[in-house]
Design a binder for this molecule. Structure first.
Ligand SMILES: NC(=O)c1ccc[n+]([C@@H]2O[C@H](COP(=O)([O-])OP(=O)(O)OC[C@H]3O[C@@H](n4cnc5c(N)ncnc54)[C@H](O)[C@@H]3O)[C@@H](O)[C@H]2O)c1
Length: 254
């Protein structure tokens, strides 16, 4: 089955990778990002390979922008939404800047709510929907310095389950993929920030902080997230809903 897929935060990292791979699999991708230029770069990469995509500027935390985007796409048969946009801030709670706290919650949680709510009428009308949220290992465990991110990513699991229950009467599902670390620009920045906060080298952050709690001691590749997504958006995953798919190399088994 070929889908029309909306991906948020698709101008970088995982969102870009998902866009490229899912376009190569024959799906049409609406590549959206806060920064139009980066969404356009993703589309150029997709088109250079002969696949199908379009770029749109979209701040997921803005109700006005989200509504405008979905109104403009009322007739577009969007059957998959991937809530991927995200950002990180590493600070201890006693020094956590309130504006960063609000921003992280607005993008990760409010943005997911706004996008999912706006996607539903079309999915219900067409009788098909697959909503995939990009959670994190930090939807399940905590790390110091990440109070806003960890709390928003935990809350995402609850939101996804309510969405699954409220859409259970139709062929719509809501699931969350929770990966451990993926080597993207977001993580590159974190490696630098963690090194500063903890007073250790960047190599030590990778070895002693990021990969230490993970028995398999490996970054998760974008291809692994793509494979999980391809399963979740397939017709045979119609009864797989309200679930958390954790790609953590054994981290949470301990
Ligand atoms: N990289 C990891 O190790 C890792 C691990 C687990 C989960 N995740 C999650 O994967 C997702 C993608 O992260 P990434 O590592 O590719 O990061 P990234 O920084 O490379 O990309 C994030 C993208 O989100 C966009 N964005 C930020 N605010 C936005 C907004 N308000 N509206 C729309 N777009 C916005 C940015 O412009 C950027 O293009 C995030 O939800 C992140 O929490 C990442």
């Amino acid at each position: 089955m070929k889908h029309t897929i909306v991906i948020t935060g698709a101008g970088s990292g995982l969102g870009r990778g998902l866009s490229q791979h899912l376009a190569a699999a024959g799906h049409h991708i609406l590549v959206t990002d806060l920064r139009l230029e980066s969404a356009e770069e993703t589309v150029q990469l997709i088109k250079a390979e002969g696949h199908s995509a379009e770029a749109h500027a979209l701040d997921v935390s803005s109700e006005t922008e989200v509504e405008k985007f979905w109104q403009a796409h009322e007739e577009t048969p969007v059957s998959v939404l991937i809530n991927n946009a995200g950002l990180q801030q590493v600070s201890s709670i006693d020094e956590f800047p309130i504006d960063k706290w609000d921003l992280i919650h607005n993008v990760l949680l409010r943005g997911t709510f706004l996008m999912s709510r706006a996607a539903l009428p079309g999915m219900k009308k067409r009788g098909l929907g697959r909503i995939v949220h990009i959670g994190s290992i930090h939807s399940l465990v905590a790390s110091p310095g990440k109070a806003a991110y960890v709390s928003a990513k935990h809350a995402l699991l609850g939101f996804s389950k309510v969405l699954a229950l409220e859409t259970a009467a139709s062929d719509i599902t809501s699931n969350t993929i929770c990966p451990a670390y993926i080597h993207t620009p977001l993580v590159d920045k974190q490696i630098k920030d963690q090194a500063k906060v903890r007073g250790i080298s960047e190599a030590e952050v990778i070895e002693k902080v990021m990969l230490a709690p993970m028995p398999k001691k490996s970054f998760i590749s974008i291809e692994e997230i793509v494979a999980a997504t391809e399963y979740l958006i397939s017709p045979l995953a119609r009864n797989l809903t309200a679930q958390t798919l954790t790609l953590d190399g054994g981290w949470t088994a301990q």
